[in-house]
Design a protein around this ligand. Structure first.
Ligand code: PAF
Length: 285
């Protein structure tokens, strides 16, 4: 199969128009590249859900704050391309920043409320950058369905909200977290971890597993469960906990008492050494 790489937004738009005119459906997997098995599982999902799979690779500058890792964010287009060939991708959309954000770019998309808590409280400009680029990609590529990973659960909830609020008419599909054999959630940032930090990073998934156990025992008090999770996180010296929180799965409102039959996310964000990692689990109490 021939994988096509399109760099120009105008060419991308014309290609998508031709696919739609032919009565075919488009599945989009937006990424920042440096692909791993987690991304590839999204690509395979897109293959299942749509006729044509488009993967965008764009390290989006507007979602990084000054001092974050924009310049050092890992990039390897040749390897990404090879992985996408093997996973039956039809098109890679690989634009230059200047072609996405022109000199006079003045517009940003902002979803209120859900974006200034949790990830948004430590990264106040992050979600505005994400919703802006995802809207731009939706407008250029015009997919029928877009697939996002549950690993970034708050991002997925924000994008779902924005897609509904702005009537994009695109189906948002959230795909489960893909983990390494020992439980670490896959992330492009895992390569920043030293050997010992890689070991220490398991406290995120282990604390989540402990929470799941307590939930199976019907402990409904989030404070008690979080205290147990904290003990695990603090058992390694390299950890610096940002937050552990229980939220309603759609609204992302914080909860203290879990109610029978309701769906929640258990969310954790923690630095291991200098690397900030996140993980979560979607549970029904
Ligand atoms: O999850 C990501 O990789 C990015 O936030 C996204 C959705 C591709 C937007 O830049």
């Amino acid at each position: 199969m021939n994988l096509r790489v399109i760099k120009s937004p105008a060419e991308m738009r014309a290609y998508s128009d031709s696919i739609r005119a032919a009565g075919k459906t488009i599945g989009l997997v937006p990424t920042m590249g440096y692909l791993h098995e987690g991304h590839l599982s999204l690509v395979r999902k897109a293959n299942e859900l749509a006729d044509i799979t488009i993967v965008s690779i764009f390290v989006n500058p507007t979602q990084f704050a000054p001092g974050e890792d924009l310049d050092s964010y890992p990039r390897d287009f040749v390897r990404d391309r090879e992985l996408l060939v093997r996973n039956n991708t039809d098109v890679i959309f690989y634009p230059e920043p200047k072609d996405i954000y022109g000199k006079n770019h003045k517009t940003a998309i902002n979803t209120k409320g859900i974006t200034n808590i949790l990830e948004g409280s430590t990264r106040p400009t992050h979600f505005q950058g994400v919703t802006t680029i995802v809207s731009i990609l939706f407008n250029i590529i015009k997919p029928h369905v877009a697939i996002f990973g549950q690993k970034d659960a708050q991002q997925a909830a924000v994008i779902k909200r924005m897609t509904q609020d702005l009537h994009f008419g695109i189906d948002i599909n959230i795909h489960p977290i893909v983990r390494e054999i020992d439980g670490l959630a896959m992330s492009s940032r895992n390569i920043y971890l030293s050997k010992s930090e890689r070991e220490d990073a398991l406290v995120l998934s282990k604390s989540i597993q402990r929470a799941e156990e307590l939930i199976r025992e019907k402990i409904n008090d989030a404070v008690t469960i979080i205290a147990e999770m904290r003990k695990i996180v603090h058992s390694v010296k390299s950890s610096d906990l940002d937050y552990i929180s229980f939220v309603e799965s759609d609204s992302f409102e914080k909860v203290n008492n879990l109610v029978e039959g309701r769906e929640y996310y258990i969310l954790i964000a923690c630095r291991i050494g200098k690397t900030r990692l996140i993980d979560n689990s979607l549970i029904t109490f």
